[in-house]
Design a protein around this ligand. Structure first.
Ligand SMILES: [Zn+2]
Length: 458
């Protein structure tokens, strides 16, 4: 008998039998945006709207049981979440489960349902981001420049330091927040329109007054996208962030050089968003950090890749590029968020010259990595890595070591080894820059670097 028939026989509305369950809920707080993920083995129907005074977001889930994942959801919230102050879950109507997010500030929000991919079932993603996009990277650059101008390091207060509610309890600031049964009193407001979402990286690039060479350091993966994982439980996204942070610190300690982290937290950034960020900051170089994986745990060694315009240099490189490019599927792009990136229309103009430069950086970095680890391949390979598609920024992708090799996984977790990898990448970058100073940075080379840190014989 069909479900509808059973329901009719029992005198129940059909939806009573169709209720689905949220299998897990995940929270990825970050300054750039906080993502909430609801995962289910079946599709999820939902409505999102906002309520003011006090600021709240309301997500109504249709025909969903309040299982353990939803019941425990509020415990996921950390006091330092930039946007969410409290989470309440309750039955609003017989077939509607209501999730209320009490907010610390005015926000924009947008939700999207992702199809199953990899190990994931259906995912309903809710992205919460500031009404006026904060710009941690630009804030960092401005801070650098202010410090350089003042010759006295200052520590301006961090943006978005909202007061933390105590121990995960819903904070009661302003008007009293009704208890869960009071959820029904939340008035419905018009559903948020996707058109209200800001374009996060489409602004015209700010001119840079700093003459230092800027290196964009990209920690691969993040958030919903863990990347590859080792048998010991190490996630690629954590190793890449650790090495990237070390590399940034080493770069910043060099006169004439400075670095920005494309990702500085456990959240996902789409691949095109990463290159767009590097553009926005007028980066001179782009270095994406990863850890390799293979079914055979014997595979080992470091490798470095550049973009190819005409097919991969090997089958292995093509497969690797495909796996890395799948990050967007796993990480989950919110199609309703209308993220727009720099137009790629300039793509053909200077790509060949840029790839030639990318190959030079890649070879220099590969040579230095060979001092701290075995090389997986003797030469730089090329393939269609989406994250390397910058028209005019030499870009490389470093596979630091194999996370699937137990010995290399162990070393990838060691701070000393992470520092060695970061140092090798820096040495390669310096070797490249000494031989190929960016034209508009010649002054920086001459004034700050000549005869000093860049005195690496090419
Ligand atoms: Zn990766």
């Amino acid at each position: 008998m069909a479900l509808a028939g059973i329901a009719a026989a029992l005198g129940l509305p059909c939806s009573a039998l169709a209720a689905s369950r949220i299998d897990s809920v995940r929270l990825w707080p970050a300054e750039e945006y906080t993502r909430v993920t609801f995962e289910s083995h079946s599709g999820i129907h939902s409505t999102l709207f906002s309520v003011e005074n006090p600021e709240r977001l309301v997500l109504d889930l249709d025909d969903v049981d309040s299982g353990p994942a939803l019941k425990a959801m509020a415990k996921l919230l950390k006091p330092e979440d930039p946007y969410i102050k409290g989470i309440r879950v309750g039955r609003f109507k017989p077939h509607v489960l209501r999730v209320v997010f009490d907010l610390k500030t005015k926000v924009k929000a947008s939700s999207s349902l992702l199809e199953p991919v990899g190990d994931y079932g259906y995912r309903l993603i809710l992205d919460i981001y500031p009404e006026t996009p904060a710009d941690p990277l630009m804030a960092l650059l401005d801070k650098h420049e202010a410090e350089a101008a003042a010759h006295a390091p200052a520590a301006p207060p961090e943006p978005h330091q909202a007061e933390a509610p105590a121990s995960g309890e819903p904070a009661v600031n302003g008007p009293p927040v009704p208890p869960v049964p009071g959820l029904a009193q939340v008035p419905a407001a018009p559903a948020l329109s996707a058109a209200g979402a800001p374009t996060i990286v489409a602004q015209a690039p700010k001119p840079r007054s700093d003459s230092r060479i800027l290196i964009a350091v990209d920690a691969g993966h993040g958030g919903e996208d863990p990347g590859a994982h080792g048998r010991g439980g190490t996630y690629e996204k954590n190793v890449t962030l650790a090495v990237a942070r070390r590399l940034k610190a080493l770069i910043d300690a060099q006169p004439g050089l400075r670095a920005v982290l494309i990702r500085d937290g456990d959240y996902f950034i789409p691949l095109q968003g990463r290159t767009a960020k590097a553009h926005r900051y007028h980066a001179d170089l782009f270095v994406s950090i990863h850890a390799d994986a293979y079914i055979n745990s014997d595979a080992r060694g470091s490798s470095v890749f550049a973009l190819s315009e005409k097919g991969a240099t090997s089958v292995a490189a093509r497969w690797l590029a495909k796996r890395e490019n799948d990050a967007d599927l796993i990480g989950g792009i919110n199609i309703n968020r209308k993220e727009t990136y720099l137009a790629q229309t300039l793509f053909d103009l200077s790509q060949t010259a840029t790839i030639n430069d990318s190959l030079k950086v890649a070879r220099a970095v590969l040579g230095e990595l060979g001092q701290v680890n075995a090389l997986h391949r003797g030469d730089v390979e090329q393939a269609g890595f989406a994250v390397l598609k910058s028209p005019d920024i030499p870009s490389i992708l470093v596979e630091t070591a194999f996370i699937t090799n137990p010995d290399e996984e162990r070393r990838l977790n060691q701070p000393q080894y992470q520092e060695k990898l970061a140092n090798a990448i820096l040495s390669g970058i310096k070797r490249y820059l000494a031989a190929n100073p960016p034209l508009n940075k010649a002054r920086a080379i001459q004034s700050g670097l000549k005869g000093k840190q860049l005195a690496v014989s090419p």
